[in-house]
Design a protein around this ligand. Structure first.
Ligand code: NAP
Length: 256
């Protein structure tokens, strides 16, 4: 049975201008697509950003936009999640603690998706890379940041979901397997974290968005008919800010 889902943000939600003031938020895949849109919006709402991604030029472009807008100076953390190890995440968490002293939010936007394919056609490399980026990296990064997140008075971790993770379907390949596992992980982890009410953890399906990932799944589609990544951002702001306190272990989706 697919997990219960509900839509966020609530109707007529207007995030306060200072929603994320004094918070440090790490966004993976921050150089492009939803990660980029999320990082820019978080910065506009007062957060200090850790911009994690694999293409330094893209991260620098986001950094420049934030800096030129006079917002809190972000940090760039280049990391290829396909090859990152436990030690890399431990080092990253130590660097955040040393340089910024806190971590109040993580948004897992980075994703590896090569296109739809039958499971029988998934090659060894595609299987490993998909599970690594979409599942293992999301787990390991969160796991190694847990001590920092637990020190926060109000922390939120969001894993980006996809319809194929909510209900297993044919031709979603290793990507679908990873996304489905992610949903289970969020539910189990949130249950285990119930004793830490200041740390919430949820999955969020942004729905179809006009990004590079979408093009890999639907190459013939007229992209102009697909919503911009920015339309999924209010739900993420709601999840990151104090407005979502008490919401944990949920499979959420963008309000439409
Ligand atoms: N787009 C949609 O229609 C849609 C629908 C439902 C759910 N989602 C979910 O929304 C999330 C964001 O998707 P998106 O559409 O924004 O995707 P996107 O535009 O393809 O962006 C993905 C980001 O992940 C980064 N990335 C990929 N492999 C990486 C690696 N090995 N190490 C570090 N970073 C890596 C990319 O970096 P580079 O730019 O350097 O490649 C890019 O910044 C994903 O979890 C996706 O499953 C998307």
């Amino acid at each position: 049975m697919p997990p219960e889902v509900s839509q966020v943000p609530p109707a007529h939600y207007l995030p306060a201008a200072d929603l994320l003031k004094d918070r440090v938020v790490l966004v993976t895949g921050a150089g492009d697509g939803l990660g980029r849109a999320t990082a820019l919006a978080c910065a506009r709402h007062g957060a200090t950003l850790v911009l994690l991604g694999r293409t330094v030029k893209k991260l620098e472009a986001v950094y420049d936009l934030i800096e030129s807008a006079g917002l809190a100076k972000p940090a760039i953390y280049p990391l290829n999640l396909a090859g990152a190890t436990w030690n890399d995440y431990a080092e990253m968490a130590a660097t955040i603690e040393r340089e910024l002293g806190q971590l109040d939010g993580v948004v897992h936007c980075a994703a590896h998706f090569s296109g739809f394919m039958p499971l029988a056609d998934v090659g060894a490399r595609e299987w490993v890379e998909s599970l690594q980026v979409n599942l293992t990296a999301a787990y390991s990064l969160t796991r190694l940041c847990l001590p920092l997140l637990m020190q926060s008075a109000d922390a939120s971790v969001v894993f980006l979901a996809d319809a194929s993770g909510r209900e297993p379907k044919a031709y979603r390949g290793a990507f679908g397997v990873a996304k489905y596992a992610l949903e289970g992980m969020v539910k189990a982890w949130a249950e285990e974290l119930e004793i830490h009410p200041t740390l919430r953890i949820n999955s969020y399906d942004p729905g179809p968005m006009r990004t590079r990932l979408r093009v890999r799944g639907y190459p013939g589609e007229d992209l102009q008919t697909v919503a911009l990544a920015e339309t999924a951002v209010p739900g993420l702001l709601w999840l990151l800010g104090a407005d979502s306190q008490g919401t944990s272990g949920r499979a959420l989706q963008r309000a439409r």
